[in-house]
Design a binder for this molecule. Structure first.
Ligand code: PBE
Length: 304
């Protein structure tokens, strides 16, 4: 009963502040304790903010367009930033054991560095496990058949990409971390280069977004392509330009297409203008992630 009243009160407060165009603060409290000393709701604790990443990321669109409305979290906001800003905010909060909610995904090194949990998503809006696909420009097969073959054969497991990600997180340069991993995983890598002929300095351009998983995979593929003689340029872009660049042919390939859900809109927008070389990794996960010390378990708990 008490909770219900609180809910009604905050709904009224919200419509009041909306009516006043946000000019009036109906509740000036910022501390973790709400008035009267009772424990603040999780929304109050984090200022109704979820720490997001770059706006072009699929997880941002899913969270803003589907998760917030479907769970009735109208007064919540997803703060734009980047993968690096998000993990910096996570580290800062974690070190002080403060509450924080982020848009998170696996594979990712944060699960090795911090004790974290996904909030349950009973409505299943973030979808199930996805694949990460390799996408090539049309014509790559004709122009660079050996690169095309290698890209097509590139396939690994979460534990592999995690090793590279953790190494980068520990301070190694992405190119060095990738090269090191490649040198230690001969057997797997030789399956990617099977039947691939050496070339002499043919140039390739790979596009990638600065998401930690995609930084790792792109540098590993670069390293293997270079080992057979390609000169690979890596160009860091946003998610939209990554897809557009492959579709327009200004980039040759990318290895960070999360499908079928996360990049569904990009896939549909450019369908027919790229070649989908299939999964290079399976079993990803997306969702809202919090430190394990937080006393919530489900996205539904954010409503209280
Ligand atoms: N991610 C990592 C991306 C795909 C790879 C989950 C942040 C996204 O949301 O688009």
């Amino acid at each position: 009963m008490f909770k219900k009243l609180v809910g009604i009160t905050s709904a009224l407060a919200l419509s009041f502040s909306l009516a006043a165009c946000g000019g009036t603060e109906t509740d000036g409290s910022t501390s973790q304790e709400s008035e009267g000393g009772s424990t603040a709701s999780v929304g109050e604790q984090v200022d109704y903010e979820i720490v997001g990443i770059d706006p072009g990321a699929g997880i941002m669109k899913l969270t803003i367009n589907d998760v917030l409305p479907e769970y009735g979290l109208d007064d919540w906001e997803v703060v734009e930033g980047s993968g690096a800003a998000m993990t910096a905010a996570l580290k800062k909060a974690y070190d002080k054991e403060e509450p924080i909610i982020i848009t998170g995904w696996s594979p990712h090194w944060k699960f090795a560095s911090f004790d974290l949990k996904y909030l349950d998503d009973p409505k299943g809006i973030y979808g199930g496990a996805e694949d990460v696909n390799t996408i090539a420009r049309l014509g790559l097969k004709e122009d660079h058949p050996d690169a095309h073959k290698l890209l097509d054969q590139f396939n690994w497991e979460p534990e592999h990409i995690e090793t590279v990600m953790n190494s980068i997180q520990e301070g190694n340069d992405p190119a060095d971390a990738a090269e090191q991993w490649v040198s230690e995983n001969d057997e797997l890598v030789s399956a990617w280069t099977e039947g691939v002929n050496e070339v002499n300095g043919e140039e390739l351009k790979m596009l990638y977004v600065a998401w930690d998983d995609v930084i790792a995979s792109t540098h590993v593929v670069e390293s293997v392509l270079e080992s057979v003689g390609y000169e690979v340029e890596l160009v860091q872009v946003d998610a939209g330009p990554m897809w557009a660049g492959i579709a327009e042919g200004s980039g040759d390939a990318m290895v960070g297409a999360w499908l079928p859900t996360t990049h569904a809109d990009y896939y549909a927008e450019y369908e027919g203008k790229f070649e989908d070389l299939g999964a290079n990794l399976t079993g990803t996960k997306l969702g809202l992630v919090v430190p394990s010390y937080m006393d919530i378990d489900s996205i539904e708990d954010l409503k209280e």
